[in-house]
Design a protein around this ligand. Structure first.
Ligand SMILES: Cc1cc2nc3c(=O)[nH]c(=O)nc-3n(C[C@H](O)[C@H](O)[C@H](O)COP(=O)(O)O)c2cc1C
Ligand code: SF4
Length: 453
């Protein structure tokens, strides 16, 4: 059996599936998914309005108090769902605003190319107005004049749904000039990317949006100071923005209370699972739900196969062991175990899967997706992939494992220009830590020394 960690495009096989029926989802406890239907049909404007849609924007436009929106988001401490967990409210409080400062841009990061991840897709394909509502709140808080949804090019269904929903919102006066007579102007367009993982990195995304090559930019200046076309710009993930309407409507305390007792992080999370499990899919659960509960909801490992290891939130997170399944899946706890919550979509790996082969597949992906700007990433990742290929074929040389460890260390945090290389190093580093014996089995030859002279 082999596990393929793919970045799921628009194939039917990987349709983002919410595994909770309507009867289990309620407005008080499932702010992201309570409106969704069991038949998976899109919630268009009429139905969205019947289900309290745009109520948070109606109130926020009446108040016209950006600082109040920022304060509520800050108190709620909505950790960024793009993988980093950085507080959305804090980010919004750092955007440059003032009479002499031009209005900037609210950018939704919908690139979702992290292998094993398919959560933003569900929100965009089935509930586009929740994202539009969250973006209007973000625009009000950050004084943005225009919004971009930077969408992964393969998500053709999401593009179609979002464009139609934006049209509906415009027609009903929720987007465009003078939104519903409030004096506030804001509009959104969908920008489809050409399909590079690095375009998900927020500053590379901004370069790509501007029509430039998708290399990350230096920080500072941060996008909130000088982003797209030199204007203050806020980049937030789809799920992060979809949390804003519930927070503004119900308050920070309500949001904090949604999560489990064992975590400091508030709210709910769109968790998911893939790999050889009985029912792969998505669930909206309290932040801090354990991996064991999610695996249980997925019906356990398929055909009773035994779990060897798992990634908690995409290919750029570190491998955890079966004993870690009982930990709350939140930003702090997973971080303390040497991994990251990442996107919160778990990938399960069975005993019979060769970790060397799996790592080779991942590192080939990361090597291919490097933008080539810095040496440890541009040259180190293909070198790691080459060593892993040799180990997989049983043709490794003594010293290969130490070399892999060095290559992973050279890609560590702060040593490269962006977080792509540290993300590529994390699964490699943790696999070598937990499963070194599997790599040793691939060594059959002594190192051939270069001849000098
Ligand atoms: C290589 C790389 C790829 C990324 N891909 C995504 C992505 O597809 N979607 C996303 O929201 N964030 C992605 N990020 C994180 C973004 O840079 C950024 O932190 C995020 O969009 C901020 O939104 P948030 O604060 O709402 O999480 C990526 C980061 C890196 C380094
Ligand atoms: S770490 Fe990799 S992807 Fe990021 S800037 Fe350097 S070369 Fe480019």
């Amino acid at each position: 059996m082999s596990v393929s960690i793919g970045s799921q495009g628009d194939s039917v096989r990987y349709r983002s599936r919410l595994q909770q029926p309507e009867t289990e989802r309620h407005p008080d406890t499932h702010p992201l998914t309570w409106r969704l239907r069991d038949d998976g049909e899109v919630i268009w404007l009429e139905e969205y309005l019947r289900k309290d849609g745009y109520e948070s924007v109606r109130r926020a436009l009446a108040d016209r108090d950006p600082q109040a929106i920022i304060a509520t988001m800050k108190d709620a401490n909505v950790g960024g769902r793009g993988g980093g967990g950085f507080s959305a409210g804090l980010k919004w409080s750092l955007t440059l605003q003032g009479e002499d400062i031009p209005r900037g841009y609210l950018i939704c990061n919908a690139d979702e190319m992290e292998p094993g991840t398919f959560k933003d897709r569900l929100l965009m394909e089935q509930q586009p107005h929740l994202l539009i509502e969250g973006m209007i709140l973000g625009a009000l808080a950050n004084n943005s004049c225009f919004g971009y949804i930077f969408l992964r090019g393969e998500y053709v269904t999401a593009a179609r749904v979002l464009k139609r929903a934006i049209e509906e919102a415009r027609h009903a006066g929720w987007l465009g000039a003078d939104i519903n007579g409030s004096g506030f102007d804001f509009d959104i367009i969908v920008h489809t990317g050409a399909g590079r993982y690095i375009c998900g990195e927020e500053t590379a995304l901004i370069n790509s949006l501007e029509g430039k090559r998708a290399n990350p930019r230096t920080k500072p200046p941060f996008p909130g100071q000088s982003g797209a076309w030199g204007k203050p710009s806020v980049v937030n993930n789809v799920e992060t923005l979809c949390n804003a309407p519930g927070v503004i409507l119900n308050g920070a305390d309500w949001y904090q209370d949604l999560s489990g007792d064992s975590t400091d992080n508030g709210g709910t999370k769109l968790y998911g699972i893939s790999g050889p499990v009985e029912n792969p899919g998505l669930w909206e659960l309290p932040m801090g739900t354990t991996g064991a509960e999610i695996l249980d909801r997925a019906g356990g490992m398929r055909n009773g196969s035994e779990l060897k290891t798992w990634l908690p939130g995409g290919a750029s997170t570190g491998f955890l062991l079966p004993e870690h399944l009982d930990l709350p899946l939140d930003f702090n706890t997973v971080g303390k175990e040497g991994s990251r919550l990442g996107t919160g979509l778990m990938t399960m790996v069975p005993q019979e899967q060769s970790l060397v082969a799996l790592l080779r597949n991942l590192e080939e992906f990361f090597a291919r997706e490097s933008c080539g700007w810095c040496t440890p990433c541009r040259d180190g990742l293909p070198w790691a992939a080459k060593l892993l290929r040799a180990l997989e074929l049983g043709q490794g040389e003594t010293g290969d494992i130490e070399l892999l460890e060095k290559l992973a260390a050279d890609c560590g945090p702060t040593l490269t220009f962006c977080a792509h290389a540290p993300g590529a190093a994390m699964p490699l580093h943790t696999a070598l830590k937990h499963f070194r014996h599997e790599f040793e089995q691939g060594i059959s030859k002594p190192r051939i020394k270069a001849v000098e002279g």
